[in-house]
Design a binder for this molecule. Structure first.
Ligand SMILES: C[S@@+](CC[C@H](N)C(=O)[O-])C[C@H]1O[C@@H](n2cnc3c(N)ncnc32)[C@H](O)[C@@H]1O
Length: 265
């Protein structure tokens, strides 16, 4: 199964290499990871995701969703092309809000929402950044960020904001990619895949050479579990579980928990 996914990834990468490339066109002052950066790869983001996650990204988001439901209101921070928000909205009784700074990513999300309108409930898509959420304090039952925290310009501020808009005891889940510095064969294989293969595939598919550097750089620089848990706790987010997901424990980290009931917004 794992080998099959590898073969599929390479096959798609080769196919994708036929795409036209626009390296560096007027993007010299765009901050890597920002909404502007994601504008430039929005059209290919879903394909990129499918390939570099070896097709696992849907099940990873499902694991995060399972940590935050049931809930009546859910905020999906860094919603991007909206997959997590749309999956949550399959339950029509949930009020779902997806937030992202990239208008182009939100445009892809909006097209999907329109396509699925008969099978999902209401989703509000809002332009904004995690560091200044345009919502009242204590207003959501649950919140999630899938592969977004790495991109926050100020991570602690973004986590503080997530905590602020959650109701006391509200549930949260964060999926994030990071690199392990372990010495086991699996750890080394993961590093090779993430730093050697993923960035090249990302560069080819996105047609944006900055995606090449950014993907591996941001994973390498993301805090390890201990440090990230400290940031979560500092934001008033109690960590109830943290684990690396499949395949073979080489996937992203899933952190989840609740907002501390005595957090003073
Ligand atoms: C890797 S994508 C993840 C998208 C989606 N959550 C998913 O699971 O596919 C990261 C997203 O973070 C967004 N982003 C960048 N800077 C941000 C910020 N300061 N606050 C919130 N989101 C941000 C980008 O626009 C992009 O859509």
């Amino acid at each position: 199964m794992f080998v099959r996914h590898f073969v599929l990834a390479f096959a798609l990468a080769v196919l994708a290499s036929g795409f036209s490339s626009q390296p560096g066109q007027g993007d010299s002052c765009i901050v890597p990871g920002s909404g502007g950066f994601f504008n430039s790869i929005a059209a290919r983001y879903d394909l990129l995701n499918q390939v570099i996650s070896l097709g696992f990204h849907g099940s990873w988001r499902t694991s995060a969703i399972n940590k935050i439901l049931p809930a009546q209101s859910v905020l999906d921070i860094s919603t991007g092309t909206g997959d997590l928000a749309i999956s949550v909205a399959a339950n029509r009784s949930i009020r779902v809000v997806g937030l992202d700074p990239s208008p182009e990513m939100l445009k892809v999300a909006r097209d999907k929402v329109n396509r699925f309108e008969n099978s999902i409930g209401d989703i509000r898509l809002v332009t904004g950044v995690a560091e200044a959420l345009p919502f009242d304090s204590d207003s959501f039952d649950a919140a999630a960020v899938a592969f977004g925290v790495r991109n926050f310009q100020d991570r602690q501020k973004g986590l503080n904001e997530m905590s602020r808009v959650l109701k006391p005891n509200g549930k949260w889940a964060i999926l994030e990619l990071s690199l392990t510095d372990g010495d086991q064969l699996l750890d080394r294989a993961t590093r090779l895949f993430v730093t050697g293969i993923v960035p090249r595939v990302a560069s080819i598919i996105s047609g944006n050479r900055k995606a090449y550097e950014y993907l591996s750089d941001s994973m390498r620089k993301f805090p390890d579990e201990k440090e990230f848990c400290k940031m979560l706790e500092a934001a008033g987010l109690v960590v109830e579980s943290q684990k690396r997901l499949s395949p073979l424990g080489m996937g992203p980290f899933l952190y989840s928990g609740i907002k501390s009931s005595d957090r003073d917004n």
